[in-house]
Write a new protein. Structure first.
Length: 557
């Protein structure tokens, strides 16, 4: 019986047909920046040190990518470049190529592609013309891939130096969507900005890079050689000029919101990954940052493999407390013994969540993000909220005093009163405890910097040590008001609860606000009423019969 079953068994084989090509290219390289990334990485795999992306002929329907790599001979172009899957570079730690479908990347955006390539020492140049599979009819789509006529290859004598080596891929009749993206200045620079963020470019000289290097010399010793090994010069040519791409890092944009709190949190760890009977170590290296303001385009981590951004705005599947995410950014590099064949998805835009490498890194990063959130995001945010409440309260009190003094000045002008006396009843002897603004803020872990040049009442930030700093205008820290031709200093004090809430003194000229409990929600209303009563007594201490009416009139101004 068993032998009869074996005799009836037939092996099944996959049959790849031409209709697969347009779907594979469309779904894998669904954005122009992804296709351009693959073209750049192909050049780097060919040991190119310089890659040029030429958009200047977009109005004529052409786009080209040129690299100074080792080039391809006819066999390389026919057997490697045109192969789908089974890349010869698969598993090579120094190469970017993994799947072997890079030839489809740019082809998706044009009707045809022309390739010119030359190897060192060759006297000929290899040329190839490939048609886009969109043009296949129903019959052609049913053909097997190895039977379809994809284009043709030829060689011709090269007129330049035999030592030259290069590859140029030119797209002809690019689709209207790409023409619009390249010729619209806003969309063009958005594309450039995206390329700056994902490509393996050299690090610029920026404040962030200096801060990361200062945060951990050990981390920088690991990252610096890795970044040097995986980077190249990429030049853009366009209607708006030619320029080399500079690596885009957080804080180097024109937006003032791209600023961080405290110091970068260095991340450097060897994460063990169980792989069968052996254990590999994946190196996690990078930094975490707390954003001063929530910047959606930078929220989350950019995770890189071989200095290429594989996943942006990632949190390694950390789901708890989503509110904090908008304030965290940073970069993480995965180095060491990575299993890139299973870690990275086919479109290189995200990770394979089921990969053992990803699972191990996720567990480590979940803990690291949790610690950073608690220490560098939540604590400063709580302290900033308390400090802001205290400063807002102080600001309201100062504004209340100013409004009351303006009303008193108007009253003096209307009634031709040109002087002011101290309270008729001298204030009782009270041991006042002065409460400078710095001391009040220090109770919540903040420090105060008084800056006469600032244009705002105050600003809160977090310094490099993670401490709250309040930059305060002198008008809020040591406020002064004019009252009947004299300047009075406004001082917040803490006296006995039975003492009056407001005292106006002539020597020294100051208005003392007694706030034994300045956390009261209606403190400014209390101050307003008490201040008006005090001013009424000072201005006309003998007019007891009209005191109430006069104070009411002042309050209603």
């Amino acid at each position: 019986m068993a032998s009869r079953k074996a005799e009836n068994r037939q092996a099944l084989r996959y049959v790849a047909r031409a209709g697969l090509l347009p779907e594979l290219s469309r779904q894998t390289y669904d954005s122009l920046f992804k296709a351009l990334r693959e073209a750049v990485l192909n050049g780097l795999d060919a040991n190119a040190s310089h890659i040029e992306i030429d958009f200047s002929a977009a109005f004529e329907g052409r786009l080209s990518v040129t690299d100074n790599g080792h080039g391809m001979n006819p066999d390389d172009l026919g057997q490697s470049f045109m192969s789908l899957g089974g890349s010869r570079k698969f598993g090579e730690a120094s190469k970017y190529g993994r799947i072997g479908i890079g030839s489809l990347a740019l082809l998706h955006y044009a009707k045809s592609v022309e390739i010119k390539t030359k190897t060192t020492g060759a006297s000929t140049i290899t040329k190839a013309f490939i048609n886009h599979p969109w043009s296949f009819n129903v019959t052609e789509r049913q053909q097997r891939l190895d039977e379809i006529d994809a284009g043709y290859l030829t060689t011709e004598k090269y007129q330049g130096a035999k030592s030259d080596h290069f590859t140029r891929v030119t797209l002809n009749d690019i689709v209207p969507e790409v023409v619009e993206e390249i010729t619209n200045v806003v969309r063009f620079y958005a594309l450039v900005d995206q390329l700056r963020r994902i490509l393996p470019l050299p690090f610029p000289d920026s404040n962030l890079i200096k801060a990361v290097a200062d945060s951990s010399s050990e981390l920088w010793d690991v990252l610096a050689p890795h970044l040097n090994d995986y980077s190249a010069v990429v030049t853009i040519r366009s209607s708006w000029g030619d320029f080399d791409l500079q690596r885009r890092v957080y804080g180097d944009g024109s937006s003032a919101s791209e600023n961080w709190n405290g110091r970068p949190e260095p991340i450097l760890a060897a994460v063990p990954v169980l792989d069968g009977d052996t254990t590999r170590n994946v190196i996690v290296a990078g930094y975490l940052l707390g954003q001063t303001k929530a910047t959606p385009t930078w929220s989350g981590l950019t995770v890189r493999v071989q200095n290429v951004a594989v996943e942006e705005r990632s949190f390694f599947d950390v789901e708890s407390d989503p509110g904090f995410r908008k304030y965290i950014t940073g970069e993480i590099y995965l180095l060491g013994a990575l299993d890139r064949s299973r870690l990275i998805n086919i479109d290189r835009a995200s990770f394979n969540r089921e990969s053992p490498d990803y699972q191990a890194v996720r567990r480590y990063m979940s803990e690291a993000i949790g610690r950073f959130k608690s220490r560098s995001i939540q604590r400063p945010q709580r302290e900033k909220a308390v400090a802001k409440r205290l400063l807002d309260q102080r600001l309201k009190i100062v504004e209340t005093v100013k409004r009351a003094c303006e009303s008193a000045n108007d009253y003096c002008d209307e009634n031709k009163i040109s002087f002011i006396r101290a309270s008729a009843n001298n204030p009782p002897r009270v041991d006042f405890t002065d409460l400078p603004l710095a001391d009040v803020l220090r109770t919540v872990g903040a420090s105060v910097v008084v800056d006469a040049d600032v244009k705002w009442p105050y600003r809160l930030e977090v310094d490099e040590n993670g401490s709250i700093r309040a930059i305060v205008h002198p008008g809020l820290s040591k406020p002064r008001v004019w009252l009947c031709g004299r300047e009075f200093e406004v001082t917040v004090t803490s006296a006995d609860r039975c003492a009056r809430p407001v005292f106006i003194r002539s020597r020294p000229a100051e208005i003392l606000l007694n706030l034994p409990d300045d956390k009261a929600s209606n403190v400014q209303d209390t101050i307003a009423s008490a201040l008006m009563l005090e001013l009424a007594t000072v201005l006309e201490p003998d007019a007891e019969d009209t005191l109430y009416e006069r104070v009411l009139a002042l309050l209603l101004r």
